[in-house]
Each structure stands twice: as C-alpha cells, then as structure tokens.
Design a protein around this ligand. Sequence first.
Ligand SMILES: Cc1ncc(COP(=O)(O)O)c(C=O)c1O
Length: 392
Amino acid sequence: MYYGGGITKLFRDEIESLKQKNLFREPKIISSLHGPEIEIDGKRYINFSSNNYLGLADNPLLKKAAREAIEKYGVGAGASRLMSGTLTIHRDLEKKIAQFKREEDAMIFSSGFMANLGVIPALAGSGDAVIVDRLNHASIIDGARLSHAKIFVYPHCDIQALEKILKRVSAFRRRLVITDTLFSMDGDKAPLPEILGLCRRYKSLLMVDEAHATGVFGKQGSGLVEEYGLSGKIDIVMGTMSKALGGLGGYVTGKKTIIEYFRQKARTFIYTTSLPPFLAASSIRAIEYIENNGRERKELWKKIKYVRDGFLNMGYDLLASCSQIIPVVIGRLDKTMDVHRYLFKQGLFILVIRHPTVPKGSARFRITIMATHTEEHLHKLLTSFKSLRGTK
Ligand SMILES: Cc1ncc(COP(=O)(O)O)c(C=O)c1O
C-alpha cells in the first residue's frame, strides 16, 4: 500500500473536508418522471431545478418516436460513428439540426459535454490562444485545457477586456473566442453582436454554446443566435439535446467544411459509441415540435415574467438574468443551506449553487422555470420566499 491508512483513508479525509465546508454534494433520488412535480422518498416536491424547460422530456409525441426507433433499430447503435455506428437516423438528425439552426451542416455527439471536449481541441492546439468568458460552462473550460492552447479568461461579458486580450494575442497562430450564449448559472445573455464584431476585427474564430438558449429564444425557437439575427454568421455553434429538447446528445453546426474537418479530428466523436438511435428519433421530433408549436415557449415566457416580477418586488437580487434561469443570490453558504432545508420542508426542490461553480460568498438558488409549471406552483415559490424575507 503506497499510502499509510490506505486508499479509503486518503479519500475519506477529502470527503470530510468537503462536508465541513458545506461543499459535499449528494444527489436526491427521484422516483417519478421528471416533470414540474417530482417524488423523493415518497413525497411530492415542486421541481424548480430542471432544464426540461418546455416539458418535452415526457411529451407523448417524443415518446412515440423513441418507441418506434427502438422497434426499428434496437436500443444501442452498436459501434462508433466511423466504424459501423452511423445509422440513417443519425444523419436525419444532423440534417434536421442544420436546417433548424440555418447552418450548412451539423454533427452529433453523445452529449453536449462531449461536443465541447471534441470540438475545442480540434480547433486549437499548442501555439494557439483560446479566449473564454469567466462564466463559461465547465465543458468549455475542460475542452480548452485539453487543447493545450494558451487560455485567456475575460471577466464576465466584459467587451473592453475581451478587446484588450484580442490585441495582446495577435501573434498567436490561431485565436478562438468561446462564449455561452445564455449563461447556465446567471441566466444572462452574452453580447453576441459585439463579440462577433470584435472577432471579425481581430481575425479570430468565434464559437458559441447554445445549450440553454435553444428551444427558448428566437422566433423559431432555435436560440439566441437566431434571436440576434446571426444565423450562418458565427463560425461554430454548438448545443445540446439534453435541455429544452428533453433528451440527450450534443451537436455542433457550421459550414460544411468545418463539420467535415471535425469528423476527422474530434476525438469524442471518433472514439466513442454513437448516440442510441431512439434518442436521435426523439430529438428530431422535439425540433419539429419546437418549430411548429410556439405555445410552450409563450407559456414559458409568461411564467418567467410572473416569477421575475415577484422576486424583484420582494427586493431579491436576480443579477442580470433575463431568462428561464433565475439566480436568487443569498450570499453566505451556511445561510443559503439553511434556507434550502426550509424550502425543501415546504415541498420545493431548488438547487443550491455554491463555490467552485460560482464565486465564494455568492451562494445562490438557481431557479428554473418550466412551461409546464402551474400557477399554484409559481405562487407557492413566491410565497415561500416571501415568508423568508417579508415584502420590502
Ligand atoms: C452551457 C453548457 N454547455 C454544455 C453543457 C453540457 O451539456 P450536456 O448536459 O448535454 O452534456 C451544459 C450542461 O449543463 C451547459 O450548461
């Protein structure tokens, strides 16, 4: 044994230290379907911690499409994409995504995380500069680290700081700027037109992550790139089918040539078994559904406004959020955990976001609104927070 006390002692100490700092995480086990209400230990809770924003995870049309695909293809794809794992349904989904996003082509990955881990190291390497927003998702940061490029981080949405970095990195072989379009923890938007303008001026590539914007923003529901009128103008647009699309799987879209290049280079595409066909089928149906039904999106936006107004009237700090992701910042972690336990007793399931996901001293609740929440659900949310603070 290389360590006195053995492997258990080595890692038990780390776990104990996390527990002492209130940073130990334990998943709650949910025994119902993933909707606006969930069951934990036999009790019902209102779910304000879901990325199933449109409620499509249990939409009957998506479930039917998945069942039919299981009958036709079975449950697994059997091999990686470049071996014998490319099925008609994979290509159908890629074409559907490209059309939805108004791009030339698309390719899919087994998750959004895998898309970022595959694409970023394919775009940049040693001798290149990758420039990221400080609040970008972990998968972007890890993709940047894997690439061996030099990483530059700019303060959240700070265009002047980004420009300063772009001036400094002009001698690097390739420059790649990456940003979430809708930030997953703060629920605010990146200033995309300005970022694109800078990338053009300083001859840098731009990659955006539409994970949380897809299905929620844009006239057709395809995301913030569409809402800003920038479809077809950004070099690389990635996203995931695990949030508003209700399933699982990542994707990247762009010009035909760049997608062809990724098929040769993205290791998380090449060296892993391809997406189960039933998930491809449900995602095709989800996109068709979003394109043809604005109803859920409208419902969602009505509910977002109701909840935001309620919190703002009570004097809560919602940062710069302008979306279905509503951060309610409490500050100190111990206080936030006390409130969390109180809300849980009240029947509300709301995730606490803490360091290192967010900066120390800014512990918060990440409340997410779904189109399928009822008025009673939202009323209960607001009255529970009101009872904590009283009106201002
Ligand atoms: C901004 C962002 N990008 C990528 C991902 C990864 O997506 P997936 O859950 O499909 O792996 C997430 C997931 O939380 C995300 O928030």
